[in-house]
Design a protein around this ligand. Structure first.
Ligand code: SF4
Length: 107
C-alpha cells in the first residue's frame, strides 16, 4: 500500500491538472463554433483522461487513441486533435465525445 501522503499529493496534482485542461479548452472553444458536450459526465471523464495523459506523458494526448512510441507521430493527437473538425462535421461530435458541433441535439 502506498503512503497516504503520496496518494494525496497525486490526487491534488490531478485536480489541478484537470482544472488547467478545462480552462485551456474553454479558452480554445471561445474561438470555435464548437462547445463541450452537454453531457457533463462525459466531459468530466474525458478531461480526467486528458489530465492523466499529461501527468504520464507531459502532453494532453487524446485519451481515446493509442499513444505511440514516436513523439512526432503523437503530435496529431494532442487535444484538440487534427481529426476533430472532420469528426464533428460527420458525426456531430469528436471521437471522444468531448466537443460537439453547433447543431448538436442530445438524444
Ligand atoms: S477526439 Fe476529441 S477529446 Fe480526443 S483529442 Fe480529439 S478533440 Fe480531443
Amino acid at each position: 500500500m502506498k503512503p497516504k501522503k503520496t496518494v494525496e499529493a497525486k490526487e491534488k496534482s490531478l485536480t489541478r491538472v484537470k482544472r488547467e485542461v478545462r480552462e485551456r479548452l474553454e479558452k480554445w472553444l471561445e474561438n470555435t463554433p464548437y462547445k463541450f458536450n452537454p453531457d457533463t459526465a462525459t466531459v468530466n471523464t474525458v478531461i480526467k483522461g486528458l489530465a492523466l495523459r499529461r501527468l504520464k506523458y507531459g502532453k494532453e494526448y487524446c485519451p481515446c487513441r493509442v499513444v505511440k512510441e514516436d513523439e512526432k507521430e503523437n503530435a496529431v493527437i494532442i487535444c484538440p486533435c487534427i481529426y476533430h473538425e472532420e469528426e464533428i462535421a460527420e458525426n456531430g461530435m469528436c471521437f471522444c465525445r468531448l466537443f460537439v458541433g453547433p447543431n448538436f441535439e442530445p438524444e
